[in-house]
Design a protein around this ligand. Structure first.
Ligand SMILES: [Zn+2]
Length: 275
């Protein structure tokens, strides 16, 4: 299994960081977790693409985590030589969002169907709304969901991916909670979104300070990693984005609470988990 952070950014547009998205390459294919701004550009850099995705998983329906859902739907459809429904697992509400995306794409779908004689079908998605428990089991690969706490955004889910005895947890946006602790227990890698409480408080803008209510700080993420006795903590969705040269500060803040390896993600940061 291999984990690639496709986008390590946040809602704030950043020339160096795409929006939140994590690719997990498994025995049964590529699993994509969230699809923020620029996801398919970053996926192309590692020879991954929309047509071959085994499944897409959404941790929640905040816009920055689904910005490029329409790009995935369209690209998968237009680049596939036969009907190739996209399997999407996400919290309650995911089906309505997919229907909205398909509605937004209606003119485009009409143009392409009229123009390409060999394209006789529209895009389609198989949506499964999930809350807890095993959501995918295929060979040596199992994906389990558990509820997280990103209140007032509800519902939200985190995922644990197991492949050939190794395990990766994708937390999404959440404060520390029992559901995430359950997913993390003994995992090899935890990918966790994180914000810098100290810097955000110092900036003092109310719209920014609000995000502290429902995100984990670097220290919170590190304490979650420590409780779960995970092997490595990968910090992503970094708010505010680390100033060049300040990366070690983030790592030191986490290392004060967690003894394992701490990785501060950039786009395309890769962690191998050989089975
Ligand atoms: Zn969020």
């Amino acid at each position: 299994m291999q984990l690639i952070v496709l986008g390590s950014g946040s809602p704030l547009p950043d020339p160096r960081r795409a929006g939140p998205s994590t690719l997990v390459r498994t025995e049964v294919g590529d699993l994509l977790f969230d699809c923020g701004r620029g996801v398919l550009m970053r996926a192309a850099a590692v020879a991954a693409g929309a047509p071959a995705l085994r499944a897409l998983f959404l941790t929640h329906l905040h816009s920055d985590h689904i910005t490029d859902l329409n790009d995935i739907v369209t690209t998968r459809w237009a680049m596939s030589l036969q009907p190739n429904p996209l399997t999407v697992y996400g919290p309650v509400g995911t089906g309505a969002v997919l229907r909205g995306v398909e509605m937004m794409l209606e003119p485009d779908i009409g143009y392409r169907l009229a123009h390409h004689d060999d394209l006789g079908w529209g895009p389609s998605a198989l949506v499964e709304e999930v809350a807890a428990g095993i959501v995918l089991e295929d060979g040596a690969v199992r994906v389990t969901a558990a509820p997280t706490d990103h209140s007032p955004v509800r519902p939200t889910v985190g995922f644990r991916i197991e492949d050939s005895g190794r395990s990766v947890v994708v937390a999404g946006d959440t404060v520390p909670c029992a559901g995430l602790d359950e997913l993390c227990a003994g995992a090899d890698v935890l990918v966790h979104t994180a914000v810098r409480r100290d810097l955000i408080e110092a900036i003092g803008l109310p719209r920014l300070t609000d995000v502290l209510d429902y995100h984990s700080s670097v220290e919170d993420a590190a304490r979650t990693a420590a409780r779960g006795e995970v092997g490595s903590l990968v910090l992503t969705h970094l708010v505010p984005p680390p100033a060049p040269g300040a990366e070690q500060e983030w790592i030191d803040l986490a290392a004060a609470h967690f003894d394992g390896e701490v990785v501060l993600a950039s786009d395309l940061t890769t962690v191998d988990c050989p089975g």
